[in-house]
Write a protein that binds this ligand. Structure first.
Ligand code: SF4
Length: 430
């Protein structure tokens, strides 16, 4: 009887990548992946960005325990790394692994079957120098594949718990990245997304004098890769030299996710962000010089401790200056264990709600403008596979979602189309 393993993943694309890699390790060890609670092993890959993410993890653990009291339960990832004692006290947990030793997940779960003791592999990672090699060969979507090129973050933004969960920056060997990209291209993937916890830090911990742009150029040498997409960037590395080289990589997608977090220099300082609004704006202008149709998307936190009405007005004015194509708006969430959680002048929930609604409305105004500007002109779309209510969907290089009547011959194909209308944030071509 084949052993079965069920996965559940919370959080970011990096977590999803790691789950993909762990599932391949189980398959190699003779397991079958199942979505059913009737499984031998349940692996929960956790997130701890907010207190809510922690609560969701605890809820998932009690659910599996109530559905299947015999399954080996392994709790992995960021929540485990930051709060192993909390997880140890949750009934039914057998294995606790943080953000190290995920490559040993199968043997740890096998070992758990032979003992009643909780296997706790969490250790201090603040001095960790090793990049943990977790690779993937395939993915559920047959169009876009994520490659994790970097681990950890050493920025210590005052509201963020990630550096404590993921440890210091560790860059993956550039040759391993290219090898994985080649394998994925040979498996038919046209688009590669280079991801990590703080991608902009790639190479800072390496002896060789290499950076993110070297990875992009090397992956760009792989013939069958038609698109290279970057997860989020940081303004400080995006200078003229970076853009000059980037603009020569034909496959590069002109979508730049540059988290700004606030349009107030006072708040940026209090967040311990390493740039001000002037540098950010200069960076965006430089990007638009090299990539005129670029999508500039961002994240903004409203209601950060000490944010006055004037500070918020600065953010609203800054958005009018930059005209982002999309803003992900977050209400500040007081995450225990961060510097900001101890700050005075915490903002009330109603003010946060009010500010986030205002900002979402303003964001929508510029998103609609950006999308309408892409109508009635030729744009290139990489269509995915799924038949979505009679439509096939895909993305442009600058990450606009496009749909057209379903036609299976379009799947995983890059096609030039002209869209004549917009439905909310989707362009339609007939
Ligand atoms: S850059 Fe700042 S917000 Fe992003 S992961 Fe690092 S500490 Fe967190």
């Amino acid at each position: 009887m084949m052993k079965k393993v069920k996965f559940s993943t919370l959080g970011c694309k990096v977590n999803q990548y790691e789950t993909e890699a762990m599932s391949e390790l189980f398959v190699k060890s003779g397991y079958e992946i199942t979505d059913d609670y009737d499984c031998d092993v349940f692996v929960l890959n956790t997130c701890t960005v907010t207190n809510l993410s922690d609560r969701k993890s605890r809820q998932q653990i009690s659910r599996i325990k109530s559905q299947n009291k015999d399954a080996i339960i392994a709790v992995v990832g960021c929540y485990s790394q930051v709060s192993p004692e909390e997880i140890k006290n949750i009934d039914g947990v057998n294995v606790i692994v943080g953000t190290k030793y995920r490559d040993k997940i199968v043997e740890l779960c096998e070992k758990a079957k032979t003992t009643d003791e909780i296997i706790n592999k969490v250790e201090d990672i603040s001095k960790n120098k090793e990049f943990e090699e977790l690779t993937i060969n395939t993915e559920h979507s047959m169009t876009r594949a994520y490659i994790k090129i970097q681990e950890g973050c050493s920025q210590f933004c005052s509201y963020c718990i990630i550096p404590y969960a993921r440890g210091p920056i560790r860059s993956r060997n550039i040759r391993d990245i290219v090898l994985e990209a080649k394998r994925l291209a040979d498996n038919g993937f046209k688009e590669i997304v280079l991801t990590g916890i703080h991608v902009a830090s790639y190479g800072r911990d390496l002896q060789e004098n290499i950076g993110l742009i070297d990875v992009i150029e090397d992956v760009g040498q792989i013939e069958n890769i038609k698109r290279i997409r970057l997860s989020s960037l940081e303004p400080r590395i995006v200078d003229r030299d970076f853009l000059e080289r980037l603009s020569k990589v034909n496959q590069i997608c002109d979508h730049f996710h540059l988290s700004v977090q606030s349009g107030s220099d006072k708040i940026l300082k209090s967040m311990n962000r390493k740039y001000d609004t002037k540098l950010y704006k200069d960076t965006v202008n430089l990007i638009r010089e090299y990539f005129p149709n670029a999508a500039i998307t961002t994240d903004i936190i409203v209601g950060f401790p000490g944010e006055t009405d004037e500070d918020f007005e600065d953010t609203m004015k800054f958005v009018d200056e930059i005209k982002f194509s999309k803003i992900h708006v977050f209400k500040y969430s007081n995450r225990k264990g961060t510097v900001a959680s101890k700050m005075k002048n915490q903002i009330s929930g109603s003010i946060k709600k009010d500010r986030s609604q205002k900002l979402i409305q303003k964001s929508k105004y510029y998103t609609d403008q950006f999308l309408d500007n892409m109508l009635n002109k030729p744009i290139q779309v990489l269509f995915e596979a799924k038949n979505d209510d009679g439509y096939i969907k895909g993305y442009t290089k600058n990450y606009i979602r496009v749909k057209r009547k379903y036609n299976k011959n379009l799947s995983n194909k890059i096609i030039d189309v002209i869209c004549t209308r917009r439905e909310d944030e989707e362009l339609v071509c007939d």
